[in-house]
Design a protein around this ligand. Structure first.
Ligand SMILES: *[C@@H]1O[C@H](CO)[C@@H](O)[C@H](O)[C@H]1NC(C)=O
Ligand SMILES: *[C@@H]1O[C@H](CO)[C@@H](O)[C@H](O)[C@H]1NC(C)=O
Length: 364
């Protein structure tokens, strides 16, 4: 039911797009963040954080790996579909040229966090400050193509998605026992520090021209198959990482609402992917999943140890698994998450959902 509503809504939008005004293109879409939203930038880097080998991409239309950490589409892809647009290309893709630039770009890089010292073990990844440098470079390229004024408008009218923060726990604070950050900060203080650094990053994004920004919190970090395998002996979500997510997400929502008041507009939209994920975790069957604990691709308990590779166990039907690999949702879970982004209540989208944003912005 919800899915067909989304579909109909998408069709209406597409129809408006093609009949309403001939030259109106779908709005541009920009993506920043980590592996949950990387469309393949890391394929172009010397890093171990990559998804460029089978079985990644097994359900992508080409059946081949793309660099997405999914069996098929990821969250940005489904959002692009809602916008009536092609998927954004990775900024480092040599195909991102000319007219293609007007679709937007994906700057995300697997392994990065809010902090520069997150994901150091992955060596060569595009940290947030660098993603912003590329965004500036992108804007110069678009200016050269369509003029400075038009380029500014394209950026102001675009939709932006930023997904970052999970790695600041998993690949920093909790990466090793007695990590530098965990010796420096008690968890509540670390969360406060992350939120204050994230706030600076979001203000910078505003300065760079973003005016509608979906900001996802972390997922239920302790419930992913990797953590079930490493930190839980009875299949319950790992307590310490859950504590981290439960401290981080509400403070993020608060910080965003503070930013919006300060800026006098609903720029930042708190996107509660944790709740969507919890729904799968609490009642996988209600969403057509046989399990939310065992990854489709992996090895060891819950298929949660190590990476998803050609040698891993691989489930025959990816649609009935909430998790594709030890850390990342399956394509179908991503699709359900984007349904909540699109038409979810304020429990999922605060202060409003994406269908409301699209309707509002098309009137102004
Ligand atoms: C991250 O590193 C860049 C480049 O060295 C630097 O400009 C930036 O200030 C750093 N960010 C933080 C929060 O330390
Ligand atoms: C979300 O989207 C649906 C469908 O467009 C709409 O009816 C609903 O009021 C929206 N909810 C909020 C809180 O914006």
């Amino acid at each position: 039911m919800a899915r067909s509503l989304v579909l109909i809504f998408g069709l209406v939008l597409t129809a408006l797009g093609s009949f309403g005004a001939q030259q109106v293109e779908a709005r541009a879409f920009f993506v920043f963040g980590d592996s949950l939203v990387d469309n393949g930038n890391n394929n172009y880097l010397a890093t171990t954080a990559r998804a460029d080998a089978p079985p990644y991409g097994i359900d992508y239309p080409t059946g081949r790996p793309t660099g997405r950490f999914s069996n098929g589409y990821n969250i940005p892809d489904f959002i692009s579909q809602e916008l009536g647009a092609e998927p954004t290309l990775p900024y480092l893709s040599p195909e991102l040229n000319g007219e293609k630039l007007l679709v937007g770009a994906n700057f995300a890089s697997a392994g990065i966090g809010i902090l520069n010292d997150t994901g150091v073990q992955f060596i060569n990844i595009i940290r947030m400050y660098r993603q912003y440098e590329y965004f500036e470079q992108y804007q110069q390229r678009v200016s050269a193509l369509i003029g400075a004024q038009q380029a500014k408008q394209l950026v102001n009218q675009a939709l932006t998605l930023i997904t970052v923060g999970g790695n600041d726990f998993v690949n920093n604070y909790y990466l090793v026992p007695f990590s530098a950050r965990s010796r420096q900060y008690a968890l509540p203080d670390y969360v406060e520090f992350l939120i204050s650094e994230y706030r600076k990053l979001l203000l910078r994004l505003y300065d760079l021209g973003a005016r509608r920004v979906l900001v996802t919190g972390t997922g239920p970090l302790g419930c992913v198959p990797a953590e079930l395998a490493m930190r839980s002996n009875n299949g319950q979500c790992a307590v310490e990482l859950q504590r981290a997510a439960n401290l981080f997400n509400p403070q993020l929502v608060q910080m965003l609402s503070g930013l919006n008041s300060q800026l006098g507009a609903d720029i930042f939209i708190a996107t509660n992917t944790q709740q969507s994920h919890y729904n799968f975790v609490n009642n996988p069957q209600a969403f057509g999943f046989v399990t939310s604990k065992i990854a489709c691709c992996g090895q060891g308990p819950y298929n949660g140890l190590g990476l998803c590779t050609r040698l891993s166990n691989l489930c025959p039907n990816r649609d009935i698994y909430a998790f594709w690999d030890p850390f990342h949702p399956s394509e179908r879970a991503n699709r359900l998450i984007v349904q909540n982004i699109m038409v979810g209540s304020t429990e999922y989208m605060n202060p409003m959902n994406l269908s409301t944003i699209l309707a509002l912005d098309s009137r102004t």
